[in-house]
Design a protein around this ligand. Structure first.
Ligand SMILES: [Zn+2]
Length: 290
Protein backbone atom coordinates (compact mmCIF):
# COMPACT_ATOMS: atom_id res chain seq x y z
CA UNK A 1 0.00 0.00 0.00
CA UNK A 2 1.18 3.52 -0.73
CA UNK A 3 0.00 6.92 0.43
CA UNK A 4 1.34 10.37 -0.33
CA UNK A 5 0.59 13.66 1.37
CA UNK A 6 1.66 16.25 3.88
CA UNK A 7 2.71 14.70 7.16
CA UNK A 8 1.15 15.62 10.50
CA UNK A 9 1.77 14.06 13.87
CA UNK A 10 0.30 10.60 14.20
CA UNK A 11 -3.13 10.21 15.71
CA UNK A 12 -3.01 8.21 18.94
CA UNK A 13 -6.21 6.78 20.34
CA UNK A 14 -7.23 4.41 23.12
CA UNK A 15 -8.62 0.94 22.66
CA UNK A 16 -9.91 -1.75 25.01
CA UNK A 17 -10.20 0.56 28.02
CA UNK A 18 -10.62 -1.41 31.22
CA UNK A 19 -10.75 -0.55 34.91
CA UNK A 20 -8.50 -2.61 37.15
CA UNK A 21 -8.85 -3.39 40.87
CA UNK A 22 -7.24 -0.19 42.03
CA UNK A 23 -9.65 1.71 39.78
CA UNK A 24 -6.85 2.41 37.36
CA UNK A 25 -7.97 2.95 33.78
CA UNK A 26 -5.90 0.80 31.50
CA UNK A 27 -5.91 0.96 27.71
CA UNK A 28 -4.01 0.02 24.60
CA UNK A 29 -2.69 2.80 22.39
CA UNK A 30 -3.49 2.65 18.70
CA UNK A 31 -1.92 4.80 16.01
CA UNK A 32 -2.85 6.17 12.60
CA UNK A 33 -0.73 8.14 10.16
CA UNK A 34 -2.15 11.53 9.21
CA UNK A 35 -1.45 12.75 5.70
CA UNK A 36 -3.12 15.95 4.41
CA UNK A 37 -4.92 16.14 7.79
CA UNK A 38 -6.74 12.88 7.10
CA UNK A 39 -6.26 9.56 8.84
CA UNK A 40 -5.01 6.98 6.40
CA UNK A 41 -5.74 3.31 6.82
CA UNK A 42 -2.20 2.06 6.37
CA UNK A 43 -2.00 -0.72 8.94
CA UNK A 44 0.72 -0.51 11.56
CA UNK A 45 1.68 -4.15 11.70
CA UNK A 46 4.61 -4.93 13.95
CA UNK A 47 7.28 -6.91 12.13
CA UNK A 48 6.27 -5.49 8.75
CA UNK A 49 8.56 -3.49 6.48
CA UNK A 50 7.68 0.18 6.20
CA UNK A 51 9.16 2.83 3.94
CA UNK A 52 9.08 6.61 4.28
CA UNK A 53 10.22 8.90 1.51
CA UNK A 54 10.38 12.69 1.62
CA UNK A 55 9.82 14.41 -1.73
CA UNK A 56 11.99 17.38 -0.73
CA UNK A 57 8.97 19.68 -0.33
CA UNK A 58 7.76 21.26 2.91
CA UNK A 59 4.44 23.12 3.14
CA UNK A 60 3.66 25.45 6.05
CA UNK A 61 0.97 23.91 8.27
CA UNK A 62 -0.46 27.35 8.89
CA UNK A 63 -0.55 29.23 5.54
CA UNK A 64 0.11 26.34 3.15
CA UNK A 65 3.00 28.09 1.38
CA UNK A 66 6.02 26.10 0.33
CA UNK A 67 8.94 26.71 2.68
CA UNK A 68 12.60 25.70 2.27
CA UNK A 69 12.87 24.94 5.98
CA UNK A 70 10.50 23.95 8.76
CA UNK A 71 10.32 26.19 11.81
CA UNK A 72 8.54 25.26 15.04
CA UNK A 73 7.22 21.93 13.74
CA UNK A 74 6.05 22.71 10.23
CA UNK A 75 5.80 26.50 9.90
CA UNK A 76 7.30 28.85 7.32
CA UNK A 77 9.52 31.63 8.67
CA UNK A 78 6.82 34.29 8.38
CA UNK A 79 4.25 32.25 10.32
CA UNK A 80 6.90 31.27 12.84
CA UNK A 81 7.49 34.96 13.52
CA UNK A 82 3.82 36.01 13.63
CA UNK A 83 1.57 33.14 14.79
CA UNK A 84 0.69 32.95 18.46
CA UNK A 85 1.07 29.19 18.24
CA UNK A 86 4.80 29.69 17.53
CA UNK A 87 5.43 32.17 20.34
CA UNK A 88 7.85 31.31 23.16
CA UNK A 89 4.98 31.29 25.66
CA UNK A 90 3.70 28.08 24.06
CA UNK A 91 6.85 26.31 25.22
CA UNK A 92 6.92 28.21 28.51
CA UNK A 93 3.28 28.88 29.47
CA UNK A 94 4.28 30.75 32.61
CA UNK A 95 5.65 33.47 30.31
CA UNK A 96 2.19 34.16 28.79
CA UNK A 97 2.14 37.92 28.18
CA UNK A 98 -1.51 38.45 27.28
CA UNK A 99 -2.07 40.57 30.38
CA UNK A 100 0.67 42.92 29.13
CA UNK A 101 -1.26 43.53 25.92
CA UNK A 102 1.38 41.95 23.66
CA UNK A 103 -0.36 38.73 22.63
CA UNK A 104 0.11 37.97 18.91
CA UNK A 105 -3.45 36.79 18.28
CA UNK A 106 -6.55 37.55 20.31
CA UNK A 107 -8.55 34.66 18.89
CA UNK A 108 -5.83 32.13 19.67
CA UNK A 109 -5.61 33.42 23.23
CA UNK A 110 -9.35 32.99 23.75
CA UNK A 111 -9.57 29.58 22.07
CA UNK A 112 -6.44 28.08 23.55
CA UNK A 113 -4.97 29.96 26.50
CA UNK A 114 -8.12 31.01 28.33
CA UNK A 115 -9.54 27.50 28.39
CA UNK A 116 -9.55 25.05 31.30
CA UNK A 117 -6.10 23.54 31.76
CA UNK A 118 -4.97 20.49 33.65
CA UNK A 119 -1.78 20.04 35.66
CA UNK A 120 -0.85 16.37 35.57
CA UNK A 121 1.73 13.89 36.75
CA UNK A 122 2.95 11.34 34.26
CA UNK A 123 5.49 8.57 33.96
CA UNK A 124 7.24 8.84 30.59
CA UNK A 125 10.98 8.22 30.93
CA UNK A 126 10.49 8.89 34.67
CA UNK A 127 8.16 10.97 36.84
CA UNK A 128 7.26 14.28 35.24
CA UNK A 129 4.85 17.13 35.73
CA UNK A 130 3.07 18.73 32.78
CA UNK A 131 0.14 20.83 31.69
CA UNK A 132 -2.42 20.49 28.94
CA UNK A 133 -5.77 21.79 27.86
CA UNK A 134 -8.65 19.78 29.27
CA UNK A 135 -9.69 18.62 25.81
CA UNK A 136 -6.16 17.45 24.98
CA UNK A 137 -6.34 14.50 27.38
CA UNK A 138 -5.29 11.79 26.69
CA UNK A 139 -3.60 12.96 23.43
CA UNK A 140 -0.90 14.94 25.21
CA UNK A 141 0.14 11.95 27.34
CA UNK A 142 0.16 9.57 24.40
CA UNK A 143 2.24 12.01 22.31
CA UNK A 144 4.78 12.01 25.14
CA UNK A 145 4.83 8.23 25.39
CA UNK A 146 3.68 8.27 29.03
CA UNK A 147 2.82 4.85 30.44
CA UNK A 148 0.96 6.39 33.41
CA UNK A 149 -0.82 9.70 33.96
CA UNK A 150 -2.85 11.38 36.69
CA UNK A 151 -4.54 14.80 36.44
CA UNK A 152 -3.98 16.61 39.73
CA UNK A 153 -5.32 20.16 39.27
CA UNK A 154 -7.66 22.07 37.01
CA UNK A 155 -7.29 25.80 36.42
CA UNK A 156 -8.84 28.45 34.16
CA UNK A 157 -5.86 29.54 32.07
CA UNK A 158 -2.66 28.41 30.48
CA UNK A 159 -0.59 30.96 32.42
CA UNK A 160 -1.86 29.74 35.78
CA UNK A 161 -1.18 26.11 34.84
CA UNK A 162 2.32 27.16 33.78
CA UNK A 163 2.97 28.82 37.14
CA UNK A 164 1.97 25.63 38.93
CA UNK A 165 4.14 23.53 36.64
CA UNK A 166 7.14 25.74 37.37
CA UNK A 167 6.40 25.49 41.10
CA UNK A 168 6.28 21.66 41.01
CA UNK A 169 9.36 21.77 38.81
CA UNK A 170 11.42 22.45 41.93
CA UNK A 171 10.86 18.79 42.81
CA UNK A 172 9.73 17.06 39.63
CA UNK A 173 11.19 17.19 36.11
CA UNK A 174 9.02 18.66 33.35
CA UNK A 175 10.94 17.05 30.49
CA UNK A 176 11.02 13.59 28.99
CA UNK A 177 14.33 11.93 28.15
CA UNK A 178 13.38 10.56 24.73
CA UNK A 179 16.36 8.23 24.54
CA UNK A 180 15.35 6.63 27.82
CA UNK A 181 11.75 6.54 26.64
CA UNK A 182 12.77 4.49 23.60
CA UNK A 183 15.06 2.14 25.48
CA UNK A 184 12.38 0.54 27.60
CA UNK A 185 9.48 1.04 29.92
CA UNK A 186 9.92 3.22 33.00
CA UNK A 187 9.28 1.35 36.29
CA UNK A 188 5.68 1.92 37.42
CA UNK A 189 4.99 4.67 39.95
CA UNK A 190 2.34 5.11 42.61
CA UNK A 191 1.06 8.42 41.26
CA UNK A 192 -1.60 8.82 43.95
CA UNK A 193 1.02 8.74 46.71
CA UNK A 194 3.28 11.09 44.73
CA UNK A 195 0.37 13.50 44.23
CA UNK A 196 -0.60 13.52 47.91
CA UNK A 197 3.00 14.15 48.92
CA UNK A 198 3.47 16.98 46.41
CA UNK A 199 0.21 18.69 47.34
CA UNK A 200 1.30 18.51 50.94
CA UNK A 201 4.82 19.82 50.26
CA UNK A 202 3.59 22.68 48.10
CA UNK A 203 0.46 23.67 50.04
CA UNK A 204 1.83 27.10 51.11
CA UNK A 205 3.01 27.96 47.57
CA UNK A 206 -0.30 26.82 46.05
CA UNK A 207 -2.14 29.11 48.48
CA UNK A 208 0.15 31.98 47.46
CA UNK A 209 -0.38 31.42 43.74
CA UNK A 210 -4.13 31.20 44.30
CA UNK A 211 -4.07 34.55 46.11
CA UNK A 212 -1.95 36.18 43.43
CA UNK A 213 -4.19 34.96 40.58
CA UNK A 214 -7.53 35.58 42.30
CA UNK A 215 -6.99 39.27 41.55
CA UNK A 216 -6.31 38.71 37.85
CA UNK A 217 -8.57 38.22 34.85
CA UNK A 218 -7.41 34.72 33.99
CA UNK A 219 -8.70 33.28 37.23
CA UNK A 220 -12.15 32.77 35.68
CA UNK A 221 -12.35 29.09 36.56
CA UNK A 222 -10.28 29.17 39.69
CA UNK A 223 -7.88 26.55 40.89
CA UNK A 224 -9.29 23.18 41.74
CA UNK A 225 -7.45 20.24 43.25
CA UNK A 226 -8.60 17.01 41.61
CA UNK A 227 -8.72 14.64 44.57
CA UNK A 228 -10.88 11.99 42.99
CA UNK A 229 -9.03 11.40 39.73
CA UNK A 230 -7.67 7.88 39.23
CA UNK A 231 -4.47 7.01 37.36
CA UNK A 232 -4.51 5.99 33.71
CA UNK A 233 -2.20 3.37 32.27
CA UNK A 234 -1.25 3.15 28.61
CA UNK A 235 0.15 0.16 26.77
CA UNK A 236 2.08 0.99 23.59
CA UNK A 237 2.45 -1.37 20.67
CA UNK A 238 6.13 -2.21 21.15
CA UNK A 239 7.45 -5.70 20.34
CA UNK A 240 11.09 -4.87 21.09
CA UNK A 241 13.02 -1.84 22.32
CA UNK A 242 16.33 -1.04 20.61
CA UNK A 243 19.56 -1.61 22.54
CA UNK A 244 21.24 1.35 20.90
CA UNK A 245 19.29 4.38 19.74
CA UNK A 246 20.01 5.53 16.22
CA UNK A 247 17.83 8.31 14.80
CA UNK A 248 16.70 8.50 11.21
CA UNK A 249 16.87 11.98 9.72
CA UNK A 250 14.91 12.60 6.51
CA UNK A 251 16.76 15.88 5.91
CA UNK A 252 19.95 13.87 5.44
CA UNK A 253 18.48 10.58 4.17
CA UNK A 254 15.16 11.29 2.44
CA UNK A 255 14.26 7.63 2.05
CA UNK A 256 14.28 5.21 4.94
CA UNK A 257 13.07 1.65 5.21
CA UNK A 258 12.95 -0.79 8.09
CA UNK A 259 10.97 -3.36 10.01
CA UNK A 260 8.48 -1.81 12.40
CA UNK A 261 9.24 -2.95 15.96
CA UNK A 262 7.05 -0.56 17.85
CA UNK A 263 5.42 2.84 18.23
CA UNK A 264 5.68 5.00 21.34
CA UNK A 265 4.89 8.68 21.71
CA UNK A 266 5.41 10.12 18.23
CA UNK A 267 8.24 7.72 17.47
CA UNK A 268 8.32 4.81 15.10
CA UNK A 269 10.81 2.22 16.30
CA UNK A 270 12.29 0.46 13.26
CA UNK A 271 14.83 -2.34 13.42
CA UNK A 272 17.48 0.05 12.05
CA UNK A 273 16.64 3.25 13.89
CA UNK A 274 13.92 5.43 15.36
CA UNK A 275 12.10 8.36 13.76
CA UNK A 276 10.13 11.16 15.37
CA UNK A 277 7.17 11.62 13.00
CA UNK A 278 6.08 14.90 14.60
CA UNK A 279 9.40 16.47 13.63
CA UNK A 280 8.37 16.05 9.97
CA UNK A 281 5.09 17.93 10.22
CA UNK A 282 4.62 19.79 6.93
CA UNK A 283 6.91 17.45 4.98
CA UNK A 284 5.45 15.88 1.86
CA UNK A 285 5.91 12.17 2.42
CA UNK A 286 5.24 8.95 0.64
CA UNK A 287 4.55 6.07 3.03
CA UNK A 288 4.66 2.50 1.79
CA UNK A 289 4.06 -0.84 3.41
CA UNK A 290 3.74 -4.33 1.96
ZN1 LIG B 1 3.21 29.97 6.78
Amino acid sequence: MEYQGICHKMHAGLQDVSVTDQQTHKANVEYKFILDRTKIDLPFVLGQEIELEWSGNIYCVSCGQKTPKSYSQGHCFKCFKTKASCDMCIMKPETCHYHLGTCREEQFAQEVCFQPHIVYLANSSALKVGITRLGQMPTRWLDQGATQALPIMQVGSRRLSGQLEVMFGAEVADKTDWRKLLKGEAPPLDLITVRDQLLDDFAPQIAMIRDEFSMSLDFNEGLEILEHERPREFIYPVAAYPEKIKSHNLDKTPKIRGKLQGIKGQYLILDNGVINIRKYTGYELCIRSE
